[in-house]
Design a protein around this ligand. Sequence first.
Ligand SMILES: [Zn+2]
Ligand SMILES: [Zn+2]
Length: 98
Amino acid sequence: MPKAYCCKNCSNPLFLDVHVGQHNAVEKKFDSKQQCQIFIKDKLKWMNFDGQEGQILCPKCQAKLGRYVWHGDTCSCGNLVIPYIAFIPSKINTQEYQ
Ligand SMILES: [Zn+2]
Ligand SMILES: [Zn+2]
């Protein structure tokens, strides 16, 4: 069953599991057992990215959901991810999608 990823605060659907990408291990910066961020492969239509990096806000309730850095940043697991378009797992709910 496909999944939709939604804002936990307002349940606004943000993206689908087809948009989610596994990050490549470009370079391991440090070792950590922390849960990975949720990465998407590319920018989506609702995202108003302005500049090289910034916050990702929910388009409906403006909750802070994550962060993007085009030139890359480090995931909580220690891997460098380029480009870095990351959602914080605790801010996201998943639902079945019809
Ligand atoms: Zn990771
Ligand atoms: Zn929201």
